[in-house]
Design a protein around this ligand. Structure first.
Ligand code: HEM
Ligand code: HEM
Length: 196
């Protein structure tokens, strides 16, 4: 992510979108991994519909977040972060944004290729991304699964890095992404800590 802002903390909207999307992804992982085992019936259909509607919401929120990010920029890495670590964090963040868009799009595609209609919380219909196509459906299901596990793996590394910054380096990386006052940075104060 090339653009940095003059701010030393994350804008409230960036923080809100970060944690809202993270919570929705967690709910979506649980829904996605359990819904296939439900007994056939109206509850199963409703659960699939919920998975799709929340997934489309994640797509819209991720697009909004990316646009906001490009407009508002991001604070630079906290003082003292080695260049190589900042680079890895940057590449990971780009990959996370790409997955946040590609994963729901692959869900939309697999739903279209299966020939199923798509609604957002029963309020309006969305167009199909492709016609009914069994081979494409099978491919999109595989892509959906692969993208999900890639996202899950990256999120684990990403969260571990944030916790490492907080617990071992004692800097403001995690504190400045949380709501103000939730967490104080540890014992290695940086100029950014005063804003976090
Ligand atoms: C961030 C968004 C999403 C996440 C985290 C997510 C996650 C998952 C996961 C973990 C599974 C189970 C995969 C497996 O069987 O191992 C799944 C399946 C599925 N997802 Fe999603 N999904 C997302 C978005 C969507 C969207 C937007 C749609 C449709 C519009 C969708 C439609 C489906 C369908 C139909 C299945 C069942 C596929 C099958 O096995 O036939 N998903 N999803
Ligand atoms: C599904 C879960 C998650 C996703 C998709 C996600 C995604 C992202 C993305 C894309 C960024 C980059 C923001 C930008 O440059 O615009 C970011 C930043 C950040 N995330 Fe997450 N995140 C998730 C979960 C977590 C968790 C669980 C933690 C903490 C335990 C965390 C801590 C952070 C922190 C501290 C930053 C700011 C890093 C910095 O200032 O350089 N995230 N996250």
């Amino acid at each position: 992510m090339p653009k940095t802002s003059p701010r030393s903390d994350w804008h409230a909207l960036s923080r809100a979108l970060h944690w809202l999307i993270a919570a929705l992804i967690l709910a979506m992982a649980w829904l996605g991994l359990t819904m296939g085992d439900l007994p056939n019936g109206p509850d199963k259909i409703a659960t699939y519909a919920l998975h799709k509607s929340i997934g489309l919401s994640v797509l819209a929120l991720a697009a909004l977040r990316l646009l906001w990010r490009l407009y508002a920029g991001a604070p630079g890495a906290v003082a003292g972060t080695p260049r190589w670590q900042a680079r890895i964090a940057g590449v990971t963040h780009v990959a996370l944004y790409a997955l946040l868009l590609a994963l729901p799009l692959s869900g939309w595609l697999l739903n279209s290729a299966a020939g199923f209609p798509l609604q957002w919380f029963g309020l309006f219909n969305l167009p199909a991304l492709a016609g009914r196509d069994e081979a494409l459906h099978a491919l999109a299901v595989q892509a959906h699964e692969l993208l999900f596990w890639t996202l899950a793996g990256l999120v684990v590394l990403h969260a571990a890095a944030a916790l490492y910054h907080h617990l071992f380096l004692g800097d403001a990386t995690l504190a400045r992404m949380l709501p103000r006052g939730w967490l104080r940075a540890g014992g290695n104060p940086t100029p950014e800590n005063h804003d976090a």
